[in-house]
Write a protein that binds this ligand. Structure first.
Ligand code: SF4
Length: 316
């Protein structure tokens, strides 16, 4: 059946088809916190890159439907090469991941032979294959600390790299990439929200610029933000409310889960366009028709797995 036919179905029918196809094909659905809320709600596992990587590595399902962007589905393939990994939307790419190519990284390594390459998981499989160890926004500080006084080349996010450098004092050179969603959060966004919600706790993602991070009460990955809001759900602190400095998909998730807590986006324009391309219709089409299958060359899988496994084995 063509995608158009699924797009004409009701959400209820799509959810029913997805549930049945999951059982028939022994499939699971992993969804990133930035997905549309209706997609988040049909996921077996919801989380950030690190949490989803761990689920992909340990699942006993034969098929993993990855609702996120391409580098995440590639990571699932690298960690579970024997499984069928499906990406429902082929155009779901990450502009930041594309800011460092394997060719450019190979050239940088040739010019910096002694440096250890630390790659944020938001990189292509080809870049991970040239990397010493991966990290996520949740564990980047700890991973870099574990490398002691080694000289580090950090790709691709200059904001996360700068934050890690400040927190660790490491001899770290950040690549000049950025996430357009977080990089355009501003001090003015913070001032506007602080004025509107003066008692609120302000949480920021480390992909934001340094001057915005500076003004935050806490710096968290998306899973850190979920944990923080969950932790105040039964506490007096919840009356203060929370300003969330990351992509609005996470804000939507938290507002849905905790309707009695004031939860406000730092900017309602913090929307990742490619994360929103995945719809219920595309998930139903993907799981029933087996599209799009993620494939990678074996040598890339082998080399990239080492950098991802080093991160997972570090337990951070
Ligand atoms: S939110 Fe930023 S880092 Fe995440 S997928 Fe979108 S562009 Fe890439």
């Amino acid at each position: 059946m063509k995608l158009e036919a699924y797009q004409a179905m009701s959400d209820e029918e799509l959810r029913h088809r997805i549930k049945k196809a999951k059982t028939d094909k022994n499939a699971i659905i992993l969804a990133h916190n930035y997905q549309r809320l209706e997609v988040q709600k049909i996921a077996d596992f919801l989380g950030d890159s690190l949490g989803l990587s761990r689920q992909a590595a340990k699942t006993e399902a034969d098929v993993v439907v990855f609702c996120g962007v391409d580098f995440m589905a590639e990571s699932a393939k690298i960690l579970a090469p024997g499984k069928t990994i499906l990406l429902p939307e082929i155009q779901a790419t990450c502009p930041m991941a594309q800011m460092v190519t394997p060719e450019a990284l190979a050239e940088a390594k040739a010019h910096n032979p002694g440096k250890t390459v630390v790659a944020y998981v938001n990189t292509t499989a080809g870049v991970k294959a040239l990397t010493d160890i991966c990290c996520t926004s949740a564990n980047a500080v700890e991973i870099v600390k574990s490398l002691g006084d080694r000289e580090i080349l950090f790709v691709p996010d200059r904001n996360l790299g700068g934050y890690v450098k400040k927190e660790t004092g490491a001899n770290l050179t950040p690549w000049d990439g950025y996430c357009y969603v977080h990089n355009f959060l501003t001090v003015q966004d913070v001032e506007r929200n602080r004025a509107a919600h003066p008692d609120a706790v302000f949480l920021i993602h480390p992909e934001a610029p340094a001057d915005v991070i500076e003004l935050a009460d806490f710096v968290f990955s998306t899973s850190g933000m979920v944990n923080y809001v969950s932790s105040i759900a039964g506490e007096k602190d919840k009356q203060r409310g929370v300003i969330i400095g990351t992509e609005v998909g996470l804000v939507n998730q938290l507002q849905d889960r905790f309707p009695d807590i004031g939860i406000w986006p730092l900017s309602e324009f913090a929307v990742c366009g490619t994360m929103k391309l995945t719809t219920l219709a595309k998930v139903a089409w993907s799981i029933e028709t087996g599209n799009y299958v993620v494939t990678l060359p074996e040598d890339v899988i082998e080399n990239a797995r080492q950098s991802l496994e080093k991160m997972l084995e570090s337990g951070r």
